[in-house]
Design a protein around this ligand. Structure first.
Ligand SMILES: *Cc1c(COP(=O)(O)O)cnc(C)c1O
Length: 370
């Protein structure tokens, strides 16, 4: 069997060992401690925001983020159909209802034209959506200018799901800092990792204070065990924050390498008929995953299976939420684009530890299918 090439494996090339050793020496083996504080501070420096709370996943961060925005039972929340399920499930956790909106072809994120249509139609049906989960999928910024104008016009709250987009920017400003609250993920497959972890950021102190409180069992600051609200156990471990700190240091390097991966594929595959996901002119992607569209579903499956035979991991693009059994009866504003992306799209190996030889191996298998 040939050496396995993974889609996006962890790359612990920083100071992880040393910082973990420091944590062990300090005995802060807990979901609080100095590394956690420092990780929050450095992450805020990196994205240029003001307040942060480190959590055990981005899914938890989305859950708490929506809760501190006041989303509750019966509220409608707009979100893209073309996303990972973790963008949407927290809406359901809160007893609110997702309203799905289809994608556009430039960034594969939510379509602004359909978004406005969805808002108007939902208002006609009786109540206006209260908030939107704005996703920057695969590290590519959404059409922020158009979306923010609509959000302002209809006075919606925004949770920005930048789980996969740490390091991506729009007009030089980090995505995840345009909304009322923003979320990043440090899952094992993301651009930097703490094995599992997430961060909720905001320029509004009130939101982050509330999230911090809810994330620690909503325990009142009194000597007895007093609880006035239902809380959660969602904080990140101080041990894992040490890994996160070491990873943040190498983030600039990872951004460079992931972009190089994308450029390598673009050059090596320029003779065949495929389309790359590319950021718009005023934005920069973090190139978390290099994503491509083939001319047909048959060709995509042919390539995926040929890669699998060669022990190379690739992955279909997300199956849209309106196609999921858990969400197929929800409100959905459609233009067919997410279905088409799902049919024809593939994520290629994109890790920061990929060698040129491995990239070449992937490209040779793809080229051989044409
Ligand atoms: C990875 C991802 C999440 C979930 O992040 P976790 O840290 O694994 O909970 C949510 N939304 C998007 C768009 C993602 O890519």
């Amino acid at each position: 069997m040939k050496e396995k090439i993974y889609l996006s494996p962890p790359d612990l090339r920083g100071n992880e060992q040393k910082l973990i050793q420091d944590v062990i020496t300090s005995n802060w083996i807990a979901p609080l401690g100095p590394m956690l504080d420092l990780f929050e501070e450095k992450l805020l420096d990196s994205v240029n925001s003001t307040y942060a709370v480190a959590l055990n996943s981005a899914t938890s961060a989305i859950h708490l983020g929506l809760q501190v925005l006041g989303i509750s039972k019966g509220d409608k929340v707009l979100c893209p159909t073309f996303t990972f399920v973790a963008s949407v499930n927290p809406i359901t956790y809160l007893g609110a209802t997702p309203v799905f909106v289809d994608a556009e072809v430039d960034t594969w994120n939510v379509c602004p034209v359909l978004l406005e249509k969805a808002i108007k139609e939902e208002i006609k049906k009786g109540d206006k959506p209260k908030a939107m989960v704005l996703v920057h999928g695969y590290g590519t910024p959404a059409k922020l200018k158009e979306i923010l104008a609509i959000v302002k016009k209809y006075d919606l709250l925004i949770l920005e799901d930048a789980a996969s987009a740490l390091g991506a920017t729009c007009d030089k400003k980090s995505v995840g800092t345009f909304g009322d609250v923003g979320v990043y993920s440090f899952n094992g497959n993301k651009i930097i990792t703490t094995s599992g972890g997430g961060m909720l950021v905001s320029n509004n102190k009130k939101y982050i204070d509330k999230a911090k409180y809810l994330a620690s069992q909503a325990k009142e600051n009194t000597p007895d065990y007093q609880h006035n609200f239902i809380g959660y156990n969602y904080r990140l471990s101080n041990v894992l924050a040490a890994i996160g700190l070491a990873q943040l240091d190498v983030l600039p390097k990872f951004l460079e390498i992931r972009k190089q991966n994308y450029l390598y594929y673009k050059e090596a595959l320029k003779e065949i008929s495929i389309t790359f996901l590319e950021p718009e002119n005023n934005t920069e992607s973090n190139y978390w995953l290099t994503c491509v569209l083939f001319e047909s579903n048959i060709l995509k499956e042919k390539v995926r299976l040929a890669l699998e035979v060669e022990n190379i991991e690739s992955r279909s693009l997300w199956k849209p939420m309106h196609q999921q059994t858990i969400y197929n009866t929800a409100s959905f504003y459609s233009n067919g684009i997410s279905d088409d992306l799902f049919n024809r799209g593939l994520c290629l190996p994109s890790g920061s530890s990929l060698t040129e030889k491995q990239l070449d191996r992937v490209c040779q298998v793809i080229l051989a299918q044409f």
